[in-house]
Design a protein around this ligand. Structure first.
Ligand code: I3P
Length: 103
């Protein structure tokens, strides 16, 4: 499971807004319940994630569709930090959430 999604880092922790709140297109790789964000498809091989971030463990995350958000096809992942992820279409959102639920 991998591909590009647009991502916005919303919260650094509970009630703590992230400092860089811009949307970035990142290459997302899901492997064994861990989600890594990379600059591109080569990123995973080098092991260097976007910003040197730790992998996000989906077992320790919550997720929901961001229905009230101004952009379409956005879902949230929260593992302490909160990320907004934008899929290409509604199917992509349910794919994204399905991956989370499946694991
Ligand atoms: C951010 C960027 C984001 C925006 C965020 C801005 O500015 O415009 O798209 O989030 O608003 O801070 P910059 O690129 O200069 O970092 P939205 O797309 O959700 O509006 P925010 O600070 O209100 O989250």
């Amino acid at each position: 499971h991998e591909g590009f999604l647009f991502r916005k880092h919303e919260l650094d922790g509970p009630n703590k807004k992230a400092s860089n709140r811009s949307w970035v297109n990142l290459y997302c790789v899901l492997s064994k319940g861990d989600l890594g964000f990379y600059k591109d498809a080569k990123g995973q091989a080098t092991g260097s994630t976007h910003g040197g971030e730790p992998l996000l463990n989906l077992h320790h995350s919550t997720s929901e569709v961001a229905n009230n958000y101004k952009k379409k096809n956005v879902f949230k992942l929260n593992d302490g930090s909160e990320f907004l992820l934008q899929a290409n279409d509604e199917v992509g959102v349910y794919w994204g959430l399905g991956v989370v639920v499946e694991i």
